[in-house]
Design a protein around this ligand. Structure first.
Ligand SMILES: C[S@@+](CC[C@H](N)C(=O)[O-])C[C@H]1O[C@@H](n2cnc3c(N)ncnc32)[C@H](O)[C@@H]1O
Length: 267
């Protein structure tokens, strides 16, 4: 299935992305353009829709390093929830919750925002091979690593380099939006949540996993040092207030340690 993206320069213009771009077993190189002539490159199946680079926080900059991208999933992501929830929390457990709340369906279109190595997109695609998965990130290094992992897993995914603050999609595009751990790293988190709300279909929902403020002094001390690098933390109430400002309400919510899982729907 082809997908339509919105031109980053001309917001009325659509750009059609050929289905072959998501077929990761065959390298795709080329370009796409809108009717107004603005052109975007596709290298190794990754569509680059960023034409003006913005500045990054320290935490965001590290995600642009090849070394971070190559070790992120195996060294950190697979263990992180066990460390942060304080209980045995393998990826399998997170996957159960993801699939139960998102319920990917054949023909449904889903987006992973700030995908890093696109763990969520791969899990959704494996669960429903006839769904369409779109994974966005502004880090080239992360997208390259995500592409390698998805090809190895035989999960075809559209990889788009884009800024989540200005999503290159039209309103009501996605049946589901997923965000794993990205909220804490964003600058302009409200703007990104507004964008998620805009591109989500009326009956769609958003799966959110984010970190909340620790209630123990030692945890807070650690979080305060992370805040220097641009990472933000909220209490559950503050998080829900943020979601509400963007037009979401938590239909379901589970908190374990400093990890909060929410199933958000539009108000
Ligand atoms: C914590 S990692 C995400 C982890 C991933 N979702 C997972 O479940 O393993 C945050 C990612 O968000 C990306 N990111 C941060 N701000 C962004 C923005 N404004 N637009 C696109 N990507 C962004 C970073 O490059 C990084 O790869």
């Amino acid at each position: 299935m082809t997908i339509q993206v919105r031109s980053p320069l001309h917001d009325q213009e659509s750009i059609e992305i050929p289905a072959a771009v998501a077929n990761l077993s065959k390298p795709f190189n080329g370009s796409v353009s809108s009717g107004k002539g603005d052109e975007y490159s596709i290298k190794n199946n990754i569509i680059d829709l960023i034409n003006v680079e913005k500045s990054y926080t320290l935490a965001q900059s590290t995600n642009h390093w090849k070394i971070t991208a190559s070790v992120y999933e195996d060294l950190w992501r697979k263990r992180s929830l066990t460390l942060l929830t304080g209980e045995d929390f393998p990826i399998e457990k997170e996957k159960e919750l993801l699939l139960e709340w998102v319920k990917p369906r054949a023909g449904g279109v889903y987006m992973d925002v700030g995908c890093s190595t696109a763990l969520y997109s791969r899990l959704l695609k494996k669960a429903e091979p006839k769904s369409v998965q779109v994974a966005i990130d502004f880090s080239k290094a992360m997208l390259l690593e995500a592409r390698l992992k998805a090809e190895a897993d035989e999960t075809d995914i559209y990889f788009i380099r884009a800024d989540a603050r200005e999503m290159p999609f039209f309103a009501n595009t996605f049946d589901g939006v997923v965000m794993g751990g990205t909220l804490n790293e964003l600058t302009d988190e409200l703007k990104v949540l507004f964008e998620c709300h805009r591109v989500l279909k009326e009956n769609g929902n958003m799966f959110m996993m984010h970190l909340i403020k620790a209630d123990h002094w030692a945890g807070r001390l650690l979080q305060e040092s992370a805040e220097w690098g641009g990472i933000k933390f909220w209490t559950v109430d503050e998080s829900n207030e943020l979601f509400a400002r963007a037009g979401f309400v938590a239909e379901e919510q589970i908190t374990k340690g400093i990890v909060c899982f929410s199933k958000l729907k539009s108000i």
